[in-house]
Design a protein around this ligand. Structure first.
Ligand code: ARG
Length: 557
């Protein structure tokens, strides 16, 4: 198509996107293009004239048919042979057609990143689910993925927490490391109350921060115990959610503490640092507040403590210099987007982030409650992730008899609902809707997978051979199957998982149309073989596609 445009209308149109899109209706064929309509203006010709010239110039031999329709649309219908070859290729390739990239990249995916001695809340849900899916897709697309869980495990709040432990005579690190989440939260509340009410305690807590930073052994041991206690709780949630994160991926803020003075010194030596009301700040180019005044990135606070930004700058240096990455992806709430833009700008200005390294903040919207406002409990607190998963599991247990399936269905409901939204959009956490077994949900796709598995189980065979695709519903399914590789590559590039969820839903819909029109087990001979091969290819794509979303698809439900 592209070559035909150049042949007909000259080199000025080289590089034009032929705009092939899935046909809006089956009778229009498989793909359609409105290129003639779009070129009519610039060429000063009627769309139908342009269409006729393109029809003559495109070589469709062996591929299918091209037709001019309506005001000037081009409809493309692949030949059944081409679709058959595509499914055959899929069945023969363990990678299901996903190509190995010409230059695989080393990519950090920074995700989940909860804070120690605090509960993981709904805001961390999206980071965990989206980040995990992106890590899976990038790895499957052939990149070298480094998962990083940038835990909030350092900062002034630890002065208060350790001081409270000592005040309560909880001095044994082993016992502290065994505290569960509710005990940690209760400790946090007690410490916070004392900090606010008792000036003597507040002063002691501040001195405790200094002790922590200067490496006092008692303070460090208790801090470490608090981190360990939280990590055990986070690990339990990760394993429940079935995400890939392990202890090896922990990349806590504390790890960068020794580098922070160097960040300040180097920024100073580069002439980028300014003093502002006792704090040390950088004013990156192009960032202004509402009043038009330049916005500062605070590197060291007036009290001498280092901020979140200093840690993120040190983290970039580590990732670029030591991990030798080509791309860094931060999966964090969109409210932090300005923080990241400024950190990236400062890192570029300082020469710590070469142009060859791509950095992206994958921001995302808020999870809303049934009332359409940010999800809160009745008493106004943020809802814990555990409470959400419990609710989803309860809904799943009501629909599925097999108890071992309920946790998988709950995860599918929560993850699919999250990933199928455009990242930037807020969405309502509606357990009933996302757990439904019909409509565009995770459980529906798991069910589609289990159903195809049950057909295949009734006709076990060693290998699958695809033959001619004579029925339109077979062709439709084959067409969907052939799109898998492109959608995986698209998600790896765009970092938008909703393309994959929509693709899998389209595939499941085509599968339903196929079942309705094409008996599999009751068919004979080559037709039966072909239909079984289509079922097998669909099973593989559904199961792999769901797994790339972090969703397990059981064979039976
Ligand atoms: N701990 C932070 C929070 O809960 C998220 C950290 C994200 N990653 C980063 N490199 N800053 O808001």
């Amino acid at each position: 198509m592209h070559d035909a445009v150049v042949t007909c209308f000259g080199d000025a149109y080289a590089g034009i996107d032929p705009e092939l899109r899935p046909a809006t209706r089956p009778e229009f064929g498989h793909l359609q293009s409105n290129l003639p309509l779009r070129l009519a203006g610039p060429l000063g010709l009627s769309p139908r004239d342009i269409g006729k010239r393109l029809l003559d110039a495109v070589d469709t031999s062996g591929l299918g048919t091209l037709e001019l329709a309506g005001a000037g649309f081009l409809n493309i219908t692949w030949s059944p042979d081409i679709l058959e070859v595509a499914v055959g290729g899929l069945l023969a390739d363990p990678q299901l057609g996903v190509p190995v990239p010409e230059t695989p990249r080393r990519v950090v995916v920074d995700y989940s990143s909860p804070n120690v001695a605090k509960q993981m809340h709904v805001g961390h849900l999206r980071s965990t689910v989206i980040g995990d899916s992106l890590a899976r897709v990038l790895a499957y697309a052939g990149h070298d993925v480094v998962r990083q869980n940038h835990l909030g495990d350092w900062g002034t709040q630890f002065g208060m927490l350790v001081e409270e432990l000592l005040g309560e005579d909880l001095r044994d690190p082993a016992a502290v490391a065994d505290l569960d989440m509710s005990a940690l939260l209760a400790l946090y509340q007690r410490a916070k109350a004392r900090f606010d009410d008792d000036p003597g305690f507040a002063d002691a807590a501040r001195l405790r921060v200094v002790a922590l930073q200067s490496g006092d052994p008692t303070t460090l041991a208790l801090w470490r115990a608090l981190v360990d206690a939280s990590m055990a709780e986070f690990d339990a949630i990760y394993s429940r959610l079935g995400v890939l994160l392990t202890d090896e991926d922990f990349d806590g803020e504390s790890r960068y503490n020794p580098q922070l003075p160097g960040v300040v010194d180097d920024l100073d030596a580069l002439g980028l640092l300014t003093e502002s009301a006792g704090a040390l700040v950088v004013y990156p180019d192009g960032f202004t507040g509402r009043d038009g005044a330049p916005l500062p990135l605070i590197v060291r606070k007036a009290d001498g403590g280092f901020g979140y930004a200093a840690t993120d700058l040190a983290t970039i240096r580590h990732r670029v210099d030591d991990l030798a990455v080509d791309r860094i992806v931060y999966v964090v709430d969109h409210r932090q987007s300005q923080h990241f833009e400024m950190v990236f700008a400062v890192a570029r200005a300082a020469g710590w982030l070469p142009d060859s390294v791509e950095v992206q903040h994958v921001g995302f919207g808020t999870v809303l409650g049934p009332d359409g406002r940010p999800f809160k409990t009745r008493s106004g607190e943020t809802v814990s992730l555990t409470a959400l998963l419990d609710a989803a599991e309860e809904a799943a247990a009501a629909s599925y008899a097999a108890p071992e399936v309920a946790p998988l269905v709950a995860n599918a409901a929560v993850k699919y609902a999250d990933l199928s939204n455009h990242l930037a959009r807020d969405y309502v956490f509606d357990v009933a809707r996302m757990s439904a077994t019909t409509g565009e949900t995770g459980p529906y796709l798991q069910y589609a997978h289990a159903r195809v598995c049950s057909i295949l189980a009734q006709a076990p065979q060693q290998s699958y051979a695809i033959g001619p695709l004579s029925h339109p519903a077979e062709q439709r399914l084959a067409l969907e199957l052939a799109g898998f590789a492109a959608v995986v590559t698209k998600v790896a590039d765009s970092l938008e998982p909703h393309h994959l969820t929509a693709y899998l839903y389209g595939l499941a819909t085509a599968l339903t149309g196929f079942y309705e029109n094409c008996p599999v087990l009751k068919a004979d001979g080559e037709v039966r073989q072909t239909r079984l091969a289509l079922c097998e290819a669909t099973r593989r794509v559904l199961s792999r596609g769901l797994r790339l979303l972090g969703i397990e698809a059981p064979r039976r439900m």
